[in-house]
Write a protein that binds this ligand. Structure first.
Ligand code: FBP
Length: 551
C-alpha cells in the first residue's frame, strides 16, 4: 500500500489502555440495572437481557487453555475516527486469549450480515489499518436491522462461521438494534452474543456510563482547526462574515465543543432555541443584532456557528417537517403521487396538502431550501439535515433583516458572507491520540465481555479525562440506556439520545462567555491535531468532557 509519511509513523503507535486491560482480566459484577425510564415496558420487551448487572474489570489470574473465539464485527452508520482501532482492539483481545481465534468483518454495514458478505480479518489486514481514520477496512452502511427474517439470516451465517459473538459498532439507533438482536438470540436459546460499541461524531450517545462516543474528539478537533483558520482569515481581511454549518444531526454537541475551543462571535444551540420556542425570525434578529453591534466598532466581520439540526428545533419548522414526514412517508399514496410530480410543481403541490400554517412557512422559504426539506428520509425516518443549507438560509435572512435595520437607521455597515459546511472532512480523519486510545480500549473491552459469555452489553470506558492508565473499563447492559419513544407512529424501545443539557456545565460556561465573544474579538486558533509531542498538546480530550468532569 502507498501510504503517507504520517501514516507510516502512526502505524507504530501503540494505543494506551487502562491498567485493568494490561494483564489477565477478572470480571466483577456490580449493581443490577434498570432502564432510564419506562422500566415495566422495557423489562417486558427484554425478558432475557433486562436488569443485568454493571460489569467492571479487575486484574485476574491467567486462565490456561481458553477456547478460541470467533467474532463478527459490523461498522454501522456514519464514519467516525477510530473505528479501525476498535477492530484492532477486538482482534488483539481475542488473539491474546487464543491465537486460533478468528475475526470476521461484515462488509458494507449491517447489510453485510444479512447478505452474508464478509471477509476474515487477518493480522496483515489489521496491521495496515491500525491508527488510521475511515471505515474502509470493511465499509459501513445504514441498513436497519429490525425484522425477524434479517435476524434469522444473521444467525444462519453466524452458525456457518461458528461465531460466538457479533460486535456492532454504531450510534444510538444501531446499538438499539444490537440490543434487540441480543434479546432475539437469547430468547431462542442461541449461543450468539451481541456486544455494542458507542460510535458517532455527533456525541449524542452518552450517559452516566458512556462518557462520550468515539470520533467526537477527533472530528471536533478537525472542525476547530478549520474554524480557527477561518477566524484568523476573517480577522486579517476584516471583510466577511463566515456562516459555518457543523454536522451533528439533532444535537448541538459538536457546535458547542467547537465554540468552547475557538470562541467565535455567534454560536446557535438548537436545544436552547427549542426551549425558548424561538421563531426563525427571532433567531435571525439575534444574529443581525450582533452583526450590527460589531459594525458599530468598525468590525464588519465575524464567525457564526450553526448546528446542522437547528432547523428541526425551530417550532414552526418542526411542525412543517413533521407534516412533511407524514405526507411523504415511504410507500404512502401521497408519496407516490409526489414522486411523479415535476420538481418545479412539488412545493405548490405539497403546500396544498399540509396545514395552512405550515404551507405559509414552506412558501416563505427560498425554493432551494423548500426542496431540500422534501428530499428522501434516511432509513431511520430522519430528515437528512446534512443536505439542508441552513447556513445559507440564515445568511440570506440576516442580510434582509440588516437591510431593514439600515432603512430604520439601526445599522451602518457592510455585510459580506462566506458559507461553509464542515462535516465529512472530519469524519475520517486520522484519530487523535485520545480516540486512538479510547477506541482500542473499547475494542479490547468488547473482547473481554465476549470471552465471559455476555450479551446485550455495550463496552464502556470511563474516567476519560484522567491518564489512560486510570480509565475504568467494563460493560453496561444496553437496556439500562433505554426508554420508550414514538417512532413512525409507534412506541418503540430505544436508547435515549443525549442532547445538549441546558443545565450542564459546558453550556453554562458557554452562556457565561458568549456575550464577550460576540462583541469583542476573542478568537482562539487551536491549530491541527498533534500526534507527537508533549502530552498536554497531544493527549487532552474535549472541553465538553473537561467541564462535565470538573470536580
Ligand atoms: P451516525 O449517527 O450514524 O454516526 O452519523 C453521523 C452523521 O455524520 C451525522 O452527523 C450526519 O447528519 C449524518 O451522519 C450524515 O449522514 P450521511 O453520511 O448518510 O450523509
Amino acid at each position: 500500500m502507498n501510504i503517507s509519511a504520517l501514516q507510516k509513523e502512526r502505524a507504530k503507535y501503540q494505543p494506551k489502555v487502562p491498567k485493568s486491560l494490561t494483564g489477565a482480566v477478572k470480571l466483577v459484577e456490580g449493581a443490577k440495572t434498570e432502564s432510564v425510564a419506562d422500566q415495566a415496558e422495557i423489562a417486558k420487551l427484554f425478558p432475557n437481557t433486562y436488569g443485568m448487572p454493571l460489569i467492571s474489570f479487575e486484574a485476574g489470574e491467567v486462565k490456561k487453555d481458553r477456547q478460541p473465539l470467533n467474532v463478527g464485527v459490523i461498522l454501522s452508520g456514519g464514519q467516525a475516527p477510530g473505528g479501525h482501532n476498535v477492530i484492532s482492539g477486538i482482534f488483539d483481545g481475542i488473539k491474546k486469549l487464543n491465537p486460533e481465534s478468528k475475526l470476521y468483518g461484515f462488509l458494507g454495514g449491517p447489510g453485510g450480515l444479512v447478505d452474508h458478505k464478509y471477509i476474515e480479518l487477518t493480522a496483515d489486514i489489521i496491521d495496515d489499518y491500525r491508527n488510521t481514520g475511515g471505515f474502509d477496512i470493511i465499509g459501513s452502511g445504514r441498513t436497519k436491522l429490525e425484522e425477524d427474517w434479517q435476524y434469522d439470516k444473521g444467525l444462519e451465517i453466524a452458525k456457518d462461521l461458528d461465531l460466538n459473538s457479533l460486535v456492532i459498532i454504531g450510534g444510538d439507533d444501531s446499538n438499539t438494534n444490537a440490543c434487540v438482536l441480543a434479546e432475539y438470540y437469547a430468547a431462542k436459546g442461541e449461543k450468539l452474543q451481541v456486544i455494542g460499541c458507542p460510535k458517532t461524531i455527533d456525541g449524542d450517545l452518552k450517559n452516566e456510563m458512556i462518557e462520550t462516543s468515539f470520533g467526537f474528539d477527533t472530528a471536533t478537533k478537525v472542525y476547530s482547526e478549520l474554524i480557527g483558520n477561518i477566524q484568523r482569515d476573517a480577522n486579517s481581511a476584516k471583510k466577511y462574515w463566515h456562516f459555518i454549518k457543523l454536522m451533528g444531526r439533532s444535537a448541538s454537541h459538536i457546535g458547542l465543543e467547537c465554540a468552547l475551543k475557538t470562541q467565535p462571535n455567534i454560536t446557535l444551540i438548537s436545544e436552547e432555541v427549542e426551549e425558548k420556542q424561538q421563531t426563525l425570525d427571532e433567531v435571525v434578529t439575534y444574529m443581525a443584532e450582533i452583526v450590527a453591534k460589531r459594525a458599530e466598532n468598525g468590525d464588519n466581520f465575524g464567525v457564526a456557528l450553526i448546528p446542522e439540526g437547528l432547523i428541526e428545533f425551530i417550532p414552526e419548522m418542526k411542525i412543517l417537517i413533521s407534516e412533511l414526514n407524514d405526507l411523504l412517508a415511504e410507500g404512502t399514496d401521497s408519496e407516490k403521487e409526489f414522486k411523479h410530480l415535476k420538481k418545479s410543481h412539488r412545493v405548490e403541490w405539497v403546500s396544498e396538502h399540509i396545514t395552512p400554517d405550515s404551507a405559509k412557512v414552506l412558501l416563505s422559504l427560498p425554493t432551494g431550501i423548500a426542496n431540500q426539506l422534501m428530499l428522501d428520509r434516511d432509513p431511520h425516518g430522519n430528515v437528512q439535515v446534512s443536505l439542508i443549507e441552513t447556513e445559507k438560509l440564515l445568511g440570506e435572512m440576516v442580510d434582509t433583516k440588516l437591510a431593514e435595520m439600515k432603512e430604520a437607521g439601526q445599522y451602518v455597515g457592510k455585510f459580506g458572507t462566506q458559507y461553509h459546511f464542515f462535516g465529512y472532512e472530519g469524519r475520517c480523519a486520522a484519530p487523535s491520540n485520545f480516540d486512538a486510545d479510547y477506541c482500542y480500549s473499547l475494542g479490547y473491552t468488547a473482547s473481554v465481555l465476549i470471552s465471559d459469555g455476555l450479551t446485550g452489553y455495550m463496552a464502556s470506558v470511563r474516567n476519560t479525562t484522567a491518564p489512560a492508565d486510570d480509565w475504568i473499563a467494563g460493560g453496561v447492559p444496553v437496556t439500562m440506556m433505554m426508554n420508550m419513544e414514538k417512532r413512525h407512529g409507534h412506541m418503540k424501545p430505544v436508547i435515549q439520545k443525549a442532547l445538549v443539557e441546558l443545565d450542564g456545565a459546558p453550556y453554562k460556561y458557554f452562556k457565561s462567555k458568549r456575550g464577550e465573544w460576540a462583541y469583542n474579538t476573542c478568537f482562539i486558533y487551536p491549530g491541527p491535531i498533534q500526534y507527537f509531542g508533549p502530552t498536554e498538546v497531544c493527549d487532552v480530550t474535549t472541553e465538553t468532557l473537561k467541564l462535565e468532569q470538573a470536580k
